[in-house]
Structure formats: structure tokens, C-alpha cells
Design a protein around this ligand. Sequence first.
Ligand SMILES: [Zn+2]
Length: 493
Amino acid sequence: MAARDCNFSSLASIINLGICTRGANLHIKLIFLGAACNVTGSRYVLEASNVRLLVDCGLYQERELRSRNWDPFPIPPHTLDAVLLTHAHIDHCGLLPKLVREGFRGRVYCTEATSEIAQIILLDSAHLQEEDAEFKRKRHEREKRRGPFPEIPLYTVDDAKASFPLFEPVRYGETVQIGDGVEATFHDAGHVLGSSMIRVSLSEGAEQRTIVFSGDVGRWDKPILPDPSVFNDVDYILVESTYGDRLHDDPPDITDSLAAIVNSTWKAGGNIIVPSFALQRSQEIIYRLNQLLSEDRIPHLMVFLDSPMAVSITRVFRRHPELFDQKTLQLMRQGRSPFEFPGLKMIETIDESKAIDHISGTVMVIAGSGMCTGGRVKHHLVTNITRPESTILFVGYQAIGTLGRQIVDGAKEVRILGQYYPVRARIAQLHGLSSHADKNELFRWLSALKRTPRRVFVVHGEPEATKQFGEFLREKTGWDISVPEYGAESILE
Ligand SMILES: [Zn+2]
């Protein structure tokens, strides 16, 4: 157990830590330091009399909250005994290098796949932070002004690498002893490869309490991953609510729609450009293409995965077949690899990426970024967006203000890499690929409980979604429901 300093910085007086309280009974406290009435920056501190844990260490992505990324960590990082990571999305792991730079020296527990993917994502994030800082420094110098944040990277590639030796991979279902009377088990969340719901059990003498951190709740009957794990006996639950006020559309069969788009674009003689996220979405598209090819429902076209990060993550998928659902395992037993087929090419270098534009006939290019805000997809858009025979196929949510959103909203002309282009390509969308449970699926997940929980905390959602889902749960179940705000503390009786 790490030694603990009770004389914290002035921030500790804002968040009254009270960790030195000891007694015969369990004394447990939760502090909400992110994804509390907002979506990103997941960070929850869990304290018992002899241990202090951090569950997730995510980056804030909402523009108005990003300044929190730059604040000193509200609790001295060296006083944390361990970090538990639910999964590798940047809003759950993206501040880890900064936590380590500021003094955290404990273990980072997560599944092996999460550890491998998080390291790929953190390196990419650190590169972007470095590039961004340099770009801003030059621009501010030219414009003789200063921006709201320092012109230094939030963390560097070296900071990211320094966090890697702390990762401690655990298997689903394996119980990890974090401290005296403190255990954690990781359960498949069915959200992205390696994603977990974490059950923490705290005990002192005869008393015991269990807390489940939902992480991001996945969906039932999706390809590749098993359904989300469910729990039937838990004292306290933190449940995400990203789609807590919404239901996903019941889309027509996604694979059928994909086949129709590929076939019509092939007939027209254009290319299919798919802006895609590197984790899970790209692999799911490849999985569905593979299925269509094996059933001879689409022509044998060349497919380029043109994103070094997506290529690295796809390799993690190939290394971890033990995480796949039964259907995917069945395919593998028949000798078929779900993430490989003859026309699929993994592109890593810029030269290879540029060469794609010179290929005649229909090809599909899957490239980042998913909302066209950066990355190689912009170059492929430049080549294809003016061609009526090509298709730009969106497979994920497009946030307001992004180039992707302008295109799906029907812009007649868009600016890409500093130049304006008329939009003549066909714009298509595949709905229903979300890897987040919607309102009914979140309720389904909670409905597995056989005993009334002591309290449910609704987290990880926009304020309206969180509030609405909290009210919905209260009405449906009569349970004690709490919607904590940033910095809120809760004593768990
Ligand atoms: Zn996620």
C-alpha cells in the first residue's frame, strides 16, 4: 500500500477527502471527477479506510470543459494506490500519461486487449498533442497573441511511454487483490474489444459492499463481441447514460445496406470512402465485408484500411480471438479469419496511401478520422467528393461543427485542406452501428439485478440525458437514484 499524505494541496480543502477516518465500519467514499453531468473525462475516485483507487483516467473532449485537462489532478496522484481502466477509449484513459508525470506510481489494471489498445491510442494522442502545441506556438507567434492554454503539449510521447510499464493486464473473471479487503473483477462490457465493467468489493470484518462501474455498456446481438455482462447482486452501481434519453433506430439489416452501397458504387465505377473510427467500427466494417464476400454478395473489390492506428488495433483483434463471441469463433473454427480476406490491404506509409488514388476501378478506403476532422480520409475526400460515381459512406455519429457533419447535412460545397470542393459524390450513412447501449438496453442491463441496489449513480451523459435517464429509472424502479455533478462526493453506507 502506498504511504499516504493527509496534508494535501489547497484543492483538497475544496474536495473534503476525509480519508483518515477509520472505524469499526466500512467507510467508503466516491468522488466524481469527470463524466458527471457530461460525457467525457471519466474519472472516479473510490476510497475506503485503507485504499484509494481511481477508476478511469479520461481526457475531457467537450470544448467548454477541456481546461480541466490542464488543471492539476484534484487529488495528489502519488496518493492513489491503483488505477482501474474500463476500456481504451480516450475519454476513459487519455489523461493517464499526465497522471503518471504528476507522480502516480501504482499499477494500472485492465484487460490485456485494453492495455495494448490504450498504448496505441495514448501514443497517437501524445503525437497529436505535440503537433498541436507546435502549430499553436507558431500561429500565436505570427499573430503576436496568446491562447487560453499553454503552448506546450498536455503530455508528450515520452510521458505516454513512461506510463506503459505500469499496466498490469488481468483476465475477465479473475479477481485482483488491490489492497487489504479490496478486490476487483473485470467483466466483459461488450462495448469495444477488451472493454470491462468493473466490480469492486470492499470488506472489513464481517461487512462487505460491492460497487459496479459500468464503463460504457455495449449492446446485445452485435457482431464480434459477446453481449454485455450483467450483475444480479450489487450494492452500488455507476451506470453510463450516453444514450439514456434516446433509442437507437431499428435499422434495416446493416449488412444488406452495406451490400447495396458497395454494389451500386461498383456499377457506377466510383470509389467508396468510409471515414471511420480506429477502434471497433473499422473492424466491424471489415467483418461485415468479409461476410458479404464469403456469401458472394459483393464483387471482390480491393479494400484499404488506410490508418496506421486502425491497422495496429486490427492486429490486436487478431491476437485476441479468445474475446470474440461464439459466432465469430465458429467462423474461425471453419478456417476463416474474420479480419482478413484476399482484397484487404493494410496501409501504413503515406506513399502507399497516396498510391491508392491511382488505382482504376472501384476500391473501398476505410480511413480516419471518423468525423473527417483530420487524418488521411481528408485526402481521399479531395479525390472523390467531386465524383458523382463515388460514395462517401458514414458509419458513425458526426458531431456538430465537424466536416463530416457538414457533408451528411447536405452541404453543396465544403472546405477540405484549405480548398473548396463541390459535393457531387453520393452521400450515404449506415445507421445502427453504435456500440453504446440505448435507453432500453441500459434498462435491460440494470433489470438483471435481483436485489434492490442501495443506490444507482447515473453518470457519463449530457446533462439532459443523465437527468432524463435518472428520472426514468426512479419512476420505473423506485430505487435510490443519484445524478452527481463534477466534484460531488458520496459516502457509501
Ligand atoms: Zn467507450
